[in-house]
Design a protein around this ligand. Structure first.
Ligand SMILES: [Zn+2]
Length: 418
C-alpha cells in the first residue's frame, strides 16, 4: 500500500489504489463529454462508426483516430474560433489566447483551469510563498496558467512576464521572492544579472517548464546557484500533463487526464522503453479532448515511484514527432541517439545517416568522430553499436570518421534515401 504524505496534493487521484482503473474511468468520461457536447468529437466518432458508450476504458480508445495538433489550425479556420471543440459559446469563457500554430486556446471559469496546482505543490510551493512568474502574460496562456495554479495554493505572484531581467531581479529582491516559475535558462539569466547588479536574489525553489532542462543546466542551478528545481510539462490546449516529484526522475501523469504513448506512424501503444507520441484524453467540461496528439515524444518509466504516487511516469521530453526518421519500420529520433552518445568522453561528434542498402533494405550508419587523443578501436566500436541499438532499437553500423568530416550544419539524423 502506498504511503500518502502531505507532499501529495490530491491523493485520491495521484495515489489512487488502482491507477489504471482511474484512467479507464477518465477515458470513458472524456469520450462521453466530447460526444455529447462537441461537434468535433461527435463527428470523429461517427466517422469511424464508434458509439461513446462502447468506450469503457483506455484500451477502447484505439478505435478512435488521433486528432493531431497540427490539424487544429485548419479545423479552427474552417469553424472559428475553436473548430467545434468547445462545448459552449466563446463569449462565456474567461479568456481566449492565441498560441503559435496559430491555435486559439480557451480558458474556462475554473480557478485552476489548467490544473497546475498539483505540479506546483509537488515542487514544494505552499501558501504564503512569494513567487516570480516569468512566463508571458500576453496572447499565449503560459503566464496565466502558472499564475492560476500558484494562486490556488495561496502563493503571492509577481507577474514578471518575459524579458526585462534587471527589473525582474529588482522586483524579486524587493518582494523577497523565494520562488520562481519560468524557463530554466531564464532563471540562470536572472542569477547572472543579479550578480552583475550586486544583488542577492532570494529565489530558492523553482518550477520550470516550456523548455528543456539538460542535466548540466540542472546541476548548475541546483549545485552552484542553490535552487531546488522541479520540472513540469504541459500544453496550452491540454493544461498540465506531467510533473516531477521529489525523486526528480520522470514526470508523473497529472491528475484528471489520460495519457497514451503511441508509436508514430501506426498509432499502436508504444512498447516498454519505446518512444511514442504523447496523446491526451481529457474530460474537461468545456473543452474535452479525445486522443489529442501533442506532437511531443516521450517513453514510459516502468519503475514504481518511491514518492507514494501511483500515477505512471514519463521519462521526459524526447523530441517532436516530425524529427524522427523511419528506419526498418522504427522511428529513430535525434534525442534517443543523444541519450546513447552525449556525454561519452570518447565521442566528439556523431551523425546517423539512413541510406538504401544493396538489397533494397535500410542501411543505418552512425558516423562517429573520436574526441582528440582518443582511439576508437574494435572493442570501443562494438560497445557503441550495443549502446546505440539499446537506445534506438535499430542495429547500426558504426563508422569512425576523421576530424571535420561531419559538417557543422549537418543534422543529427539524416535521411539519405531517394
Ligand atoms: Zn514520484
Amino acid at each position: 500500500m502506498a504511503v500518502v504524505t502531505d507532499a501529495i496534493y490530491d491523493p485520491e487521484s495521484e495515489a489512487h489504489p488502482d491507477w489504471d482503473a482511474s484512467q479507464d474511468e477518465l477515458a470513458a468520461r472524456a469520450v462521453k463529454y466530447g460526444n455529447e457536447r462537441t461537434r468535433e468529437v461527435y463527428k470523429r466518432l461517427r466517422g469511424v462508426g464508434v458509439w461513446a458508450e462502447d468506450i469503457e476504458g483506455v484500451a477502447d480508445l484505439a478505435a478512435i483516430p488521433v486528432l493531431e495538433k497540427d490539424d487544429v489550425p485548419a479545423l479552427q479556420a474552417a469553424r472559428p474560433p475553436f473548430g467545434g471543440m468547445l462545448s459552449l459559446r466563446a463569449g462565456t469563457l474567461k479568456r481566449i489566447f492565441r498560441s503559435p500554430g496559430p491555435i486559439n486556446d480557451p480558458q474556462g471559469q475554473d480557478e485552476d483551469f489548467w490544473r497546475v496546482a498539483p505540479a506546483a505543490w509537488a515542487a514544494g510551493f505552499r501558501d504564503g510563498d512569494v513567487v516570480l512568474n516569468s512566463f508571458s502574460y500576453h496572447l499565449t496562456p503560459g503566464g496565466l496558467m502558472l499564475d492560476a495554479g500558484l494562486r490556488k495554493l495561496g502563493c503571492t505572484v509577481i507577474p514578471g512576464g518575459v524579458g526585462n531581467s534587471a527589473a525582474q531581479v529588482e522586483a524579486a529582491c524587493a518582494a523577497g521572492a523565494t520562488g520562481y516559475t519560468g524557463t530554466p535558462q531564464f532563471l540562470l539569466t536572472l542569477f547572472e544579472r543579479a550578480r552583475d547588479m550586486g544583488h542577492e536574489l532570494p529565489i530558492r525553489r523553482a518550477l520550470v517548464t516550456g523548455a528543456p532542462l539538460p542535466p548540466p543546466l540542472r546541476a548548475r542551478l541546483q549545485d552552484e546557484v542553490g535552487v531546488d528545481v522541479y520540472q513540469s510539462y504541459g500544453t496550452a490546449d491540454a493544461g498540465t500533463l506531467g510533473y516531477e516529484c521529489g525523486e526528480k526522475n520522470g514526470w508523473h501523469v497529472a491528475p484528471g487526464i489520460v495519457i497514451e504513448l503511441l508509436a508514430p506512424g501506426d498509432d499502436r501503444p508504444a512498447g516498454e522503453g519505446e518512444t511514442g507520441q504523447v496523446v491526451v484524453t481529457s474530460p474537461n467540461g468545456i473543452y474535452p479532448l479525445v486522443r489529442f496528439g501533442t506532437g511531443d515524444l516521450s517513453a514510459w518509466n516502468p519503475e514504481p515511484c518511491r514518492c507514494g504516487r501511483t500515477s505512471r511516469r514519463l521519462v521526459g521530453f524526447m523530441g517532436r514527432v516530425g524529427e524522427g526518421v523511419k528506419v526498418r519500420g522504427m522511428f529513430v529520433h535525434p534525442r534517443e541517439l543523444a541519450g546513447a552518445l552525449d556525454g561519452d568522453p570518447m565521442v566528439a561528434r556523431y551523425q546517423a545517416v539512413v541510406t538504401e542498402g544493396a538489397g533494397g533494405g535500410d542501411m543505418f550508419t552512425v558516423r562517429v568522430e573520436a574526441a582528440p587523443g582518443c582511439g576508437l578501436g574494435d572493442e570501443e566500436v562494438a560497445a557503441l553499436v550495443a549502446r546505440i541499438r539499446e537506445a534506438v532499437k535499430v542495429r547500426p553500423v558504426v563508422e569512425v570518421v576523421g576530424v571535420g568530416e561531419i559538417g557543422e550544419e549537418a543534422g543529427v539524423v539524416v535521411d539519405g534515401r531517394g
